[in-house]
Write a protein of this length. Sequence first.
Length: 144
Amino acid sequence: MALPVAVHNPHANAWRTQHRLLESEQQAQQRTAHAATGRFWSIVNPRQRNGLGEPVGYKLVPNSGLLPMQPQGSQAWERARFCYGHLWVTAYDPTQFYAAGDYPNQSRGGEGLPAFVQQDRPLADTDVVVWHTFGEHHIVRPED
């Protein structure tokens, strides 16, 4: 984020990263990429430190910022709501494998990530699953 013009930033060229802890599944659902500001997400273990004393972890840099054009209430919205956000984070559960649920083609919708996050489980100091979703638009051709 850009810092305001001030005594310590007279040329308006200073900026800093903004950190926000996503503490629960509700806070960490349907987060979107923002290429214009270079948004990224850090996944860290605050209890484990590297050689420089910083928490170990990794940085997720989203590849694509495209979102589906189908509106809320459409079939795509109901069956593939996971793709309306670039980042979801859930507490680890060995029964939750698929972002759209187990049987998306037979589903009436609302399964998968939208259902997983309803529990609003805490994410700090626990095993998590980071779901990065991305897509591309294409012009449909007759052969499609």
